[in-house]
Write a new protein. Sequence first.
Length: 117
Amino acid sequence: MNSWLSFYEYLDFTFYLKTYPLQEVIAHLFDMSQGQANFWIHTLSKVLKDALHRKGYTPPRIPKDMLDRLGNEELQDFAIDGTERKINRPIDNDVQKEFYSGKKKTHTIKNNLVIGI
């Protein structure tokens, strides 16, 4: 590899992205300290995010930008799905009502996913 990263550092990072183990587990498996594992995870996450952003592969954060991007795409099939992520119960009662999920019986943030097939 013509890179400043070793094969094991690439392997370490891809393993982390796939399984999200504790940093102590990564440190043990790849013979490094927890601090080194933390350093590489954060360093390589920034590199990956910047590379994806430069290539235009990061998702738009503003709905209008999402509509513009979808409008420029070729016609294709999309799958639309929703998911809920658990959050800590908000202190404010009005906010609690907004984030309460009767289906999950807990407080969640709702996410809608649009995926090209």
